[in-house]
Design a protein around this ligand. Structure first.
Ligand code: NCD
Length: 272
């Protein structure tokens, strides 16, 4: 694997197990120096909190260094009209790996065609977000001890949500998974994972409804199975009432924290 564009490239049980084991190991150690002398460029044409900071922290904790454009649409030569392809050709001369987020579906793949260094897709419009799926599956494995045989409810904007696309892609590796995408009130007592997502407002037309298909509040929480976990890639807007945060089943902040270790493991894998 040179570039990581789609979760499909991670759909290998042995690879996932070794990345998750490595992530567990790095969680205990907190840092390693295996990437000393390497430079990661993070180029974000769309806002980010978790993905960019966790990738940058991961690179620093592995002994590498980071150059970044956190608002590339405005602060890079894209503002002057430079193409993504030209930017990638140039930045590839300065960095050993590029983490790219861009509003257009297919942009990461386009970048990979011209890049001399590995491209990691950190979100391409409504397309995919493979490293989010990686940390999502790691979180389920860690919280519930398994992924096979689980009943997973996916709430959100399935058409535009790249996190849902990559998550569903990676779930194909596991067996006997039941995925539900509606009728949430009645299935809450049976689900093992409630995977919430925000409506992707920035990708919708003005006339489209911006309402979440389901809201998790105190009333809904009552119905949820006692052994279930609640996940969300974040940012959470209004689809999870903050009252839920104190419930032990709320795994979304633990999930966000897991992103660091999974990305440390992934960087080491891509460089090895
Ligand atoms: C997601 C994204 O950017 O697709 N955020 C993230 O990386 N955790 C989810 C979202 O913005 O809804």
């Amino acid at each position: 694997m040179k570039h990581l564009i789609s979760a499909e490239q991670l759909a290998d049980r042995e690879l996932l197990e070794s990345l998750f084991n490595k992530a567990e190991d790095l969680r205990a150690k907190k840092s390693e120096d295996t990437l000393q002398g390497k430079v990661l460029a993070s180029i974000f044409y769309e806002p980010s909190t978790r993905t960019r900071f966790s990738f940058e922290s991961a690179m620093l904790r592995m002994g590498g260094q980071v150059i970044t454009s956190e608002n590339a649409a405005l602060d890079s030569s894209a503002k002057k009209g430079e193409s993504l392809e030209d930017a990638i050709r140039v930045i590839g001369g300065y960095a050993d790996i590029i983490v790219l987020r861009h509003p257009e579906e297919g942009s990461a793949e386009r970048a990979s065609f011209v890049s001399s260094v590995p491209i990691i897709n950190a979100g391409d419009g409504s397309g995919e977000h493979p490293t989010q799926a990686l940390l999502d599956l790691y979180t389920i494995q860690k919280e519930l001890g398994r992924v096979d045989g689980l009943h997973i409810a996916v709430v959100g904007d399935a058409q535009h949500s790249r996190t849902i696309h990559s998550f569903l892609e990676l779930l194909k590796v596991y067996s006997d998974i039941k995925v539900s995408t509606d009728d949430f009130d009645s299935i809450l007592p049976q689900v093992d994972v409630l995977y919430m997502n925000r409506v992707q407002k920035e990708r919708l037309a003005e006339s489209d409804s911006k309402e979440s298909p389901y809201t998790l509040d105190a009333r809904a929480l009552e119905k949820l199975s006692k052994n279930a976990i609640i996940m969300h890639p974040l940012p959470r807007i209004d689809e999870i009432d903050p009252i839920v945060d104190a419930d032990p089943r709320a795994a979304y902040f633990r999930q966000a924290a897991n992103g660091l270790y999974v990305r440390m493991a992934l960087l080491e894998y891509l460089f090895s």
